[in-house]
Ligand binder design. Sequence first.
Ligand code: MLT
Ligand code: ZN
Length: 469
Amino acid sequence: MHESLSKLHSIVGDDGFVTDPSVASTLLNDERGLYSGRAAAIVKPHSTKELADAVRVCFEAGIAMVPQGGNTGYCGGATPDESGSQVLFNLSRMDRVIGIDEQGFTMTAQAGVILAAAQQAAAEHQLLFPLSMGSEGSCQLGGNVSTNAGGLAVLRYGTARELVSGLEVVLPDGRIWSDLKGLRKDNTGYDLKQLFMGAEGSLGIISTVVFRLYPMPRVRIAAWLAIDNIGEAVAVLALLRNQLGDCITSFEFISREALGLVLRSMPRTQNPIDTVHGHYALVELAAFDDGGALNSDFEQALLEAMANTGLSDAVIAQSEQQRLAFWQLREMIPSAEKQMGGSIKHDVSVPISQLCSYSESVVAAMERKFPACRHSIYGHVGDGNIHFNVLAPELMQADAYRRENADAISDLIHGMAMACNGSFSAEHGIGMLKRSELAKFGDPVGLELMRQIKATLDPKGLMNPGKVL
Ligand code: MLT
Ligand code: ZN
């Protein structure tokens, strides 16, 4: 082991070999404080070559490897185990946007580029990189792709997977598989890049990505809607889509309870609709002209929705500042939950037409079995993906409640989603946290294929062991 560590040190140099205990400790603990690991070494390669050379050293010595991006994941997919025998590969020094093709609408970037920096780089060319989420100031592109991240604009632009047109990956034995041509069309056999997206670093380490870019909207129009329930949110969205077409980029549900957490815990926040309504939704549209025509079509469609669905009120943001304030209310929900002692998080999806009955049945079952717990329900209604988060009853100690009830609560919420042909993990992945759920709910043939793929690409089982499968 000692000899391999010195080889790693000489490959990445002093700048890429973490020895500072305070840096190490942030990298060895996960975002939610659920996992704490140890590592034989933490390396930060600077290029694909350094990464591949370092991986080869580990492969030859039989050392397990854990890839890590911005370390913002929710399922412990980027934390080493407690043995102290694994090498952590942190990608943050591979942070170069390699190029932007304005005519091909693509961006080629190293895996360690921070998502917000990639958005900014595209914006400097008047192009849109549409992947967007609360953690965009610190999550990294490689992690986004490895976990097939979703976020706030999936409705219009898709998840990370749908934005990728080329990939370079360092395989578990140190070979480099590279397909960075970024072609829109290439029907030459298996689409190998699909294997690595959503694999959470269990099949190799993504080193470079080619992304699709989009025209930059000139104007964004957002509205805060008051609605009776999730079913009505779904109906409003369908009406707006039929009336306005593809210009709807986001449609987020925010339950009264989730908004209440934000208003209570975050200073200077206020409900844009100042009456006691059922629940809320935030909708955003993009226009490529001055937005005047779209604005009036939108007002018209909202009036129609008020007449024909459970939309009871709507406020269209009158300034960019107000639009951002609407988004802040939505994006602050996770940190408001954290301030309230944290939640038992869920990230389920069901067919959109069943969202309402699913949510109502879960709330009813929860009220029977876990009386007094608080719900924070919000999320990406347009994608059929809801965060069904559960907080300890008022005045109860959050940690103790979680320890005692989390497994049973998650079983109920996940089990009911699966019974509706849904998913127990719509966007946050599997990592360590949901491995047993995957084993329990996964299709047996699908799981067998996954194991066979894993064994083919990683016969020694060295790449991110203990994650996903
Ligand atoms: C979100 O949509 O805000 C996150 O995916 C969920 C969370 O942070 O709980
Ligand atoms: Zn989400």
